[in-house]
Design a protein around this ligand. Structure first.
Ligand code: OFO
Length: 162
C-alpha cells in the first residue's frame, strides 16, 4: 500500500518533471533563436524525456489508488548569456532532480513501501545518465576554446542526437 503522504510527494515529483520539460523546452528555443539548431535539437530531446518521466509518475500514482494532480508551472528563464551558461544551468537542475529522487527513495524506505522504492530505482539510474550526459557536453565545451568554429562543430555533433 502506498500512503497518501507518498502519493502527495510523487505528485510533487511529477510537477518537477513537467517543470524540467518547461526549462529544457525554453533552453531549446533560446538555442534555436541564436542559430544553434544542433544544441536546440539535443535540448528538445531532453525535454521530451522529461515529459516521459512525468507520464511514468502519472501512471504509477494512478495505479496505486491515487490521482495525478497538475500544479501550475512557473515561467522558465527565456534568455541565457552563452552555451556554457545554458548547460551549466542544466547540470545544476539535474543535480536538484537527483536530490528530489533521493529524498523520495529515503521516504519509501522509511515507509517500508517496497513497490515505490522499486519504481524509483529506474529514476535513480536515469539520474546517473542524465547528469553524465550534461557533464559530457560541459567537458567538451571546456576542452574546446569556445570559438565560433568549435561551437559550430559541437552544435553539429549534438544535433545528431535528435
Ligand atoms: Fe532530467 O530527469 Fe527527469 O527531471
Amino acid at each position: 500500500m502506498t500512503s497518501k503522504n507518498m502519493l502527495d510527494k510523487l505528485n510533487q515529483q511529477m510537477y518537477e518533471e513537467l517543470n524540467s520539460f518547461y526549462i529544457y523546452a525554453s533552453m531549446a528555443s533560446d538555442f534555436e533563436a541564436r542559430g544553434y539548431l544542433g544544441f536546440a535539437g539535443w535540448m528538445k530531446k531532453q525535454a521530451e524525456e522529461e515529459m516521459s518521466h512525468a507520464w511514468k509518475i502519472y501512471g504509477y500514482i494512478n495505479s496505486r489508488g491515487g490521482k495525478a494532480v497538475f500544479q501550475a508551472i512557473p515561467q522558465p528563464k527565456a534568455d541565457y548569456a552563452s552555451v556554457v551558461e545554458t548547460f551549466k544551468a542544466s547540470l545544476a537542475h539535474e543535480q536538484h532532480i537527483t536530490a528530489c529522487i533521493d529524498k523520495l527513495v529515503f521516504l519509501a524506505r522509511d515507509e517500508k513501501d517496497l513497490a515505490t522504492e522499486q519504481f524509483l530505482g529506474w529514476f535513480v539510474s536515469e539520474q546517473v545518465e542524465e547528469e553524465a550526459s550534461v557533464q559530457e557536453v560541459l567537458d567538451k565545451l571546456k576542452v574546446l576554446d569556445g570559438s565560433p568554429s568549435t561551437l559550430y562543430l559541437l552544435d553539429k555533433e549534438l544535433g545528431a542526437r535528435a
